[in-house]
Write a protein that binds this ligand. Structure first.
Ligand code: FAD
Length: 302
């Protein structure tokens, strides 16, 4: 079994998630080759073939050109699986490649069990097991679901080109407008989850963040309910953060939330459920009602 892993490269850097693709291939027990539209200096540190197309020539993201390059690597490798990270890059490019190959596509894989792929359903409350019936399949994996493999090894670089000209041109990246908070730079983040109960209770969590000199974070349901602005959301569809201290208040620890905060240096979770999955990544799990524990802690800091 062979997997072609499509690396991501942005603004001159190889994204760390490329090593999550390696971990996925290892868990699957697949032989791997990788493709990078980037620079030689940023080639992934792995043993094995890495097809390299020069981003200097092709631009950083042009869906038409990148599809041609990935298809050229597929032609050379004939893999069973072509694997992307489920990021804005992956979810744009993977379906284009799948449509070209007339291959099955399985999106947002969170685990592999007995060689079959698990994907979340019902807003990730349940998991469905799927397996392609035959032929090639194009896969995307949930960011953070597979812990990144170590960057070690020496790639065997093979130059690759896009076949034919493109009608599209890469113009550039425009960073999103800066919002009221930049969680990526915060050293302390205190996050509110659905366990806070209602919008009127969010200030209880915000007060602790302020007393500790930190910023307020939030899980997605809190943002979706309009209790907190999206700029505070942590997770796959929010910010990826790595503060010195992350406090999760009334947050269960869904994989999409963990993907955004599990690299924090020290994690404290406050949850009334001692078996909440957040306990698996937390350094300290306080089993308590947030609305009792947090005000008491805030008073101490004040
Ligand atoms: P819940 O899962 O409802 O957990 C609430 C927790 O609070 C429970 O553990 C409960 O025991 C505890 N609790 C309840 N009352 C109290 C109390 N009084 N005191 C203490 N504890 C209490 N989620 C994100 O956070 N970020 C994302 O970026 C994100 N992106 C997603 C992308 C996709 C494509 C999908 C499908 C989902 C995404 N999600 C994201 C949603 C994610 O799957 C979870 O639904 C979400 O993280 C759950 O949020 P929560 O932990 O606040 O709520």
């Amino acid at each position: 079994m062979k997997a072609l892993l499509v690396c991501e490269y942005r603004e001159g850097k190889l994204l760390e998630t490329s090593y999550e693709l390696v971990a996925f291939a290892e868990k699957l027990g697949a032989e791997k080759a990788m493709v990078l539209i980037g620079s030689e200096a940023e080639a992934p540190k792995v043993n094995g073939t890495v097809y390299l197309a020069d981003a200097g020539k092709y631009g950083e993201y042009n869906p038409d050109v990148h599809k041609k390059i990935v298809l050229a690597a597929i032609e050379r490798e004939n893999p069973d699986y072509v694997v992307f990270v489920h990021s804005s890059y992956g979810w744009d490019l993977a379906p284009r490649v799948a449509a070209n190959l007339k291959a099955a596509q399985i999106s947002e894989i969170v685990d592999i069990v007995d060689g079959k792929f698990e994907v979340g359903v019902c807003n990730a409350k349940l998991r469905r097991t799927v397996t392609p019936k035959s032929g090639k399949a194009v896969l995307t994996i949930q960011a953070g679901a597979f812990s990144a493999a170590a960057a070690s090894g020496t790639p065997q670089l093979e130059r690759i080109e896009a076949d034919g000209a493109s009608v599209l041109e890469f113009v550039g990246y425009e960073p999103a407008e800066k919002k009221d908070v930049d969680l990526t730079r915060a050293e302390i983040i205190v996050s509110a989850g659905r366990g806070v109960g209602k919008k009127e209770n969010v200030p209880v969590i915000a007060a602790l963040a302020k007393a500790m000199g930190g910023e307020l974070g939030a899980s997605r349901p809190v943002v979706d309910a309009g209790w907190v602005e999206h700029s505070h959301q942590v997770g796959t569809t929010g910010q990826t953060v790595s503060p010195k201290l992350y406090m999760a208040c009334g947050i269960s620890g869904a994989i999409q939330h963990l993907a955004g905060m599990k690299k924090s240096d020290f994690i404290v979770a406050i949850n009334k459920d001692k078996d909440a999955p957040i306990g698996e990544v937390a350094d300290v799990l306080v089993v308590a009602d947030v609305l009792q524990f947090v005000p008491a802690l805030t008073a101490k800091f004040q």
